[in-house]
Design a protein around this ligand. Structure first.
Ligand code: NAG
Ligand code: NAG
Ligand code: NAG
Length: 352
């Protein structure tokens, strides 16, 4: 009995210990499980988070990745298209509806991120305040740019009210306007480069050189705001800044390559890439000039041609082979073999 009693006491104590041990083991195993699950999920989350915050791989592209770029929109050289893929370009649109539409369609890109300001015509940016590192120019052969301007304001191309061509058509009615005198002398672009009288020659030169006041002749704004004007207001003010260039003739190739070069993906989206935004210039093509007229046009725009050549030569984003080809193509387009030959022939033309 004693024993029985003792035994029972002993058994109960033993039983309690077993139960306690069981719970202890159970408790610790749960704790261990919990710890494992925490351990396995915790670092994963961290990795996912830090990956999504990784900066673009700038080392593969180039080291000077921190840039503050101003887009210099040279007129009649596909600038409208570029404007539409830049946030700064959209914001520069003054009509609110056009601005909203532009922002809604804006593709994400490294280029758009880095371009902080937009410069077009006479709205000269305050460089001291903006402190840009780089200027991005859109460039096109000066003769093609000039022909595009001529077509853009030609009264025969008036289709929609308020376009420059219609404004020109309206101004033709008034003999006292520059536009009247201009189209009186030059009903075709060929005649503009081969003026027959000294009176017409003087008017032709005003357009070639852009030596007019844009407030008096707003229709000539794109000839007044020429390469020299844009360079004067950018690189000449900040000579140490970097020059970036996209060519109108290779627009999407250059934009994609530039975006990649800056550390981006080079993708602007299917509905955007390859498109062109114009003020209606797609409705008429530049005339094809014969050799004589083309040469005369190159001589007329020779100072512009050399600024254009220098911009291409200094472009940080173009490779040397491309630059050499462009340098050659620019004079071949004029019918010359070399820059020296072109200078020489033009000086003979001017002195004759
Ligand atoms: C980043 O650049 C380095 C150095 O060129 C390269 O080895 C690495 O693969 C690149 N990483 C990514 C994610 O592109
Ligand atoms: C550019 O600057 C030069 C020198 O300051 C000046 O002679 C020239 O008229 C300017 N040209 C334009 C188009 O602004
Ligand atoms: C080239 O075009 C101009 C202007 O249209 C014309 O006067 C000239 O005769 C043409 N020259 C040649 C060689 O065809």
């Amino acid at each position: 009995m004693e024993c029985e009693k003792r035994k029972r006491k002993y058994c109960v104590a033993l039983y309690i210990r077993y139960v306690a041990a069981f719970f202890l083991v159970f408790f610790f195993s749960r704790l261990l499980q919990l710890w494992h699950s925490v351990e396995s999920s915790f670092p994963n989350d961290l990795i996912i988070q830090s990956l999504s915050h990784l900066p673009p791989n700038i080392t593969t592209h180039n080291e000077k990745a921190e840039r503050n770029i101003i887009f210099v929109h040279v007129g009649k050289a596909a600038g409208e298209t570029i404007k539409n893929i830049l946030k700064a370009g959209c914001l520069a649109r003054t009509a609110r509806r056009r601005q909203e539409k532009c922002l809604a369609r804006l593709p994400d890109s490294r280029l758009s991120e880095l371009v902080s300001a937009y410069f077009h015509c006479f709205d000269v940016p305050r460089l001291k305040k903006l402190k840009p590192t780089s200027f991005l120019f859109n460039v096109r052969h000066p003769v093609d740019r000039a022909l595009s301007w001529y077509g853009y304001i030609h009264p025969d191309h008036c289709k929609h009210m308020a376009t420059p061509a219609c404004k020109a058509k309206w101004q033709l009615k008034n003999e006292d306007t520059w536009v009247h005198r201009f189209f009186d002398c030059f009903p075709t672009a060929e005649e503009w480069f081969l003026p027959k009288t000294s009176h017409c020659r003087a008017i032709a030169q005003q357009a070639w050189k852009g030596s007019l006041d844009y407030r008096e002749v707003p229709l000539a704004a794109h000839m007044i705001a020429n390469y020299q004007h844009y360079v004067n207001n950018t690189i000449h003010v900040l000579p140490d800044s970097e020059i970036l260039v996209v060519r109108t003739t290779d627009l999407w190739h250059d934009l994609k390559a530039l975006d990649e070069w800056l550390g981006g993906t080079g993708r602007f989206g299917r509905g955007i890439e390859g498109t062109a935004v114009t003020h209606g210039s797609h409705r008429y093509a530049n005339p094809v000039l014969n050799g004589t007229t083309m040469f005369a046009a190159c001589c007329a725009l020779l100072p512009e041609l050399s600024v254009y050549r220098d911009l291409l030569a200094k472009a940080a984003n173009l490779d040397q082979i491309t630059k050499d080809l462009e340098r050659e193509d620019a004079v071949k387009h004029c019918g010359s073999e070399s820059w020296e030959e072109l200078w020489e022939s033009c000086s003979q033309l001017h002195s004759s």
